[in-house]
Design a protein around this ligand. Structure first.
Ligand SMILES: Cc1cc2nc3c(=O)[nH]c(=O)nc-3n(C[C@H](O)[C@H](O)[C@H](O)COP(=O)(O)OP(=O)(O)OC[C@H]3O[C@@H](n4cnc5c(N)ncnc54)[C@H](O)[C@@H]3O)c2cc1C
Ligand SMILES: NC(=O)c1ccc[n+]([C@@H]2O[C@H](COP(=O)([O-])OP(=O)(O)OC[C@H]3O[C@@H](n4cnc5c(N)ncnc54)[C@H](O)[C@@H]3O)[C@@H](O)[C@H]2O)c1
Length: 472
């Protein structure tokens, strides 16, 4: 193992690929860190103010921020590269494949209507995979203790992931052939994003979901439209259904499923099964029980508002603690945690963390759903605007979706925004800012929005919330 110290002050990043031989130069340095001055040292030769375990979005951001705050910091990562799940086998490779498969789908189904014609379009899967790998490798080059060890795929009883016939998201990002039939277990973020990739490339995709709805955390009205849209894209859904048996003895996989509440069983055949029924915190090998760090029933490390565990000087951030399992939330945790350690004030409001499903169209949200507001007994108003009435969406012939705002009736304060649109993941940030500054729907409707843009839909929905929209 080798070690580099990178700092405005001093941050060391130790990376080691445990799956390979631990050779002396199994050291790699991550991207933006190279802009800091470098100094090489050996582990243990110096004392640190902060040691971060895990170099994912939570860990490496915490380490950079700690160094910026003048704390002598070491970040230890067991992989050969920094970036964690997100960069190596999560956000980045999945978005690369979503983009490539979307281009293929557009070339097949949309370009002609814009006057762009091809005689034939084919998938070159190895080239597509190489492009994804390039996206990942371009980004991965590049004693207070903070535990930032992330999460791992949740295991399902009787289902053994071999990453060939039964794959986790990691295997689904690296399939060597397009499966004819793909069964996805779990209609959450991973199931819908990876299901979309392979459906676009020609797989017959069936999603088996235990709950009555897809993405149970999504606003009900948006979710209904979203499901219809995915069905139009040929994804099939079996809701309120559970997998009770798996047989991998033949060429493919046979799955026995039955209604979630019990009843008649049916068999589904698949070439590949994607297990995407959630992720669990990863703390194996840390010896948390030996030092007495408290966890909840699901194994998540319990922390207070300063990200401190019950053990003095031990902190935890990211997927390994309760809260949304998202890369940007892990980054915010990391920054706030080291701000506290440095004697400053940090803050993350989990109610204002945006979530985005990167399908086409994308679905993005921030704040509360209508069902959550109702359950709180708060009186509210809803304003909606369909993208069919938005001139930019019509101009690009990509107008499926809606924008929905929920505001408190008495104060007009915005409580939640839910968007289904081609670029919802970008549009949502105006809404995030509005929530962060306690804006009202009238505030948004009085802000000038450029024309023609998709963002005008937010202004129109805001008008619809407290008054009337102009263009519908
Ligand atoms: C397929 C997929 C797609 C995703 N897409 C998105 C997305 O688009 N947007 C989004 O916001 N989120 C996405 N996520 C979720 C996102 O990846 C996680 O929320 C994020 O990576 C969590 O960051 P983290 O730093 O807490 O943990 P991780 O990124 O999991 O990093 C933890 C690191 O700790 C290391 N580690 C573990 N134990 C030890 C140890 N004992 N010693 C040293 N190192 C250790 C691990 O090797 C790992 O590198 C996706 C996840 C998956 C699986
Ligand atoms: N775009 C993104 O931000 C993005 C993308 C991928 C992953 N992620 C993160 O990764 C995490 C894991 O993703 P995920 O899709 O695995 O989990 P998820 O929690 O998003 O969805 C899991 C789904 O599986 C269902 N389920 C649970 N047990 C089941 C069973 N036995 N049979 C059938 N269905 C079952 C749940 O009801 C749920 O709908 C998520 O928390 C998400 O935050 C985020």
């Amino acid at each position: 193992m080798a070690m580099a110290s990178i700092a405005k002050r001093k941050a060391c990043f130790l990376t080691r690929n445990l799956s390979n031989s631990p050779s002396a130069d199994a050291f790699k340095l991550s991207y933006s860190l190279t802009k800091f001055s470098r100094r090489f040292a050996t582990l243990g030769s110096e004392e640190n103010d902060v040691v971060v375990i895990g170099g994912g979005p939570g860990g490496y951001v915490a380490a950079i921020k700690a160094a910026q705050l003048g704390l002598k910091t070491t970040c230890i990562e067991k992989r050969g590269t920094l970036g964690g799940t997100c960069l190596n086998v999560g956000c980045i490779p999945s978005k690369a494949l979503l983009h490539s498969s979307h281009m293929f789908h557009e070339a097949q189904h949309s370009f002609a209507s814009h006057g762009v014609k091809f005689s034939s379009v084919e998938v070159d899967l190895p080239a597509m995979m190489a492009q994804k790998d390039k996206a990942v490798s371009t980004l991965t080059r590049g004693k207070n203790i903070i535990i930032a060890t992330g999460s791992d795929v949740k295991s399902l009883p009787g289902i053994i992931i071999d990453e060939e016939k039964i794959v986790s998201s990691t295997g689904a990002l690296a399939l060597q052939q397009i499966p004819k039939k793909l069964v996805v277990i779990g209609a959450g973020y991973i199931g819908l994003e990876m299901g979309s990739v392979w459906a676009r490339l020609g797989s017959e995709v069936t999603v088996v979901e235990f709950a009555p709805d897809i993405v149970p955390s999504m606003d009900g009205e948006v979710r209904k439209q979203f499901q219809r849209t995915l069905e139009k894209q040929k994804m099939k859904f079996m809701l309120k259904t559970k997998v009770v048996g798996v047989d991998t003895s033949g060429n493919g996989v046979k799955l026995t499923v039955e209604p979630a509440s019990g009843g008649d069983q049916t068999t589904l055949e698949a070439d590949v099964v994607l297990a995407s029924a959630g992720r669990t915190p990863f703390t194996a090998g840390l010896g948390l029980d030996r030092i007495g760090v408290e966890t909840d029933k699901g194994g998540r490390i319990l922390v207070n508002e300063r990200f401190a565990t019950n053990v003095s000087s031990v902190y935890a951030i990211g997927d390994v603690i309760p809260g949304p399992m998202l890369a940007h939330k892990a980054e915010e945790d990391g920054v706030a945690c080291v701000e506290f350690i440095a004697g400053k004030h940090g803050h993350v409001d989990y109610d204002k963390v945006p979530g985005v499903v990167y399908t086409h169209p994308e679905v993005a949200s921030v704040g509360k759903t209508e069902a959550q507001v109702k359950a709180l007994g708060v009186e509210y108003r809803v304003g909606k605007f369909p993208f069919l009435a938005n001139s930019r969406a019509k101009a690009i012939d990509d107008a499926e979706g809606l924008l929905k705002i929920i505001a408190e009736k008495e104060t007009d304060k915005i409580l939640g925004v839910h968007i289904m649109a081609p670029n919802a993941g970008e549009l949502i940030h105006e809404a995030v800012l509005a929530l962060a500054y306690d804006a009202t729907s009238e505030d948004i409707s009085r802000v000038c929005h450029a024309h023609p843009t998709m963002s005008e839909a937010l202004k129109e929905a805001a008008m619809a919330t407290h008054d009337k929209p102009i263009h519908i």
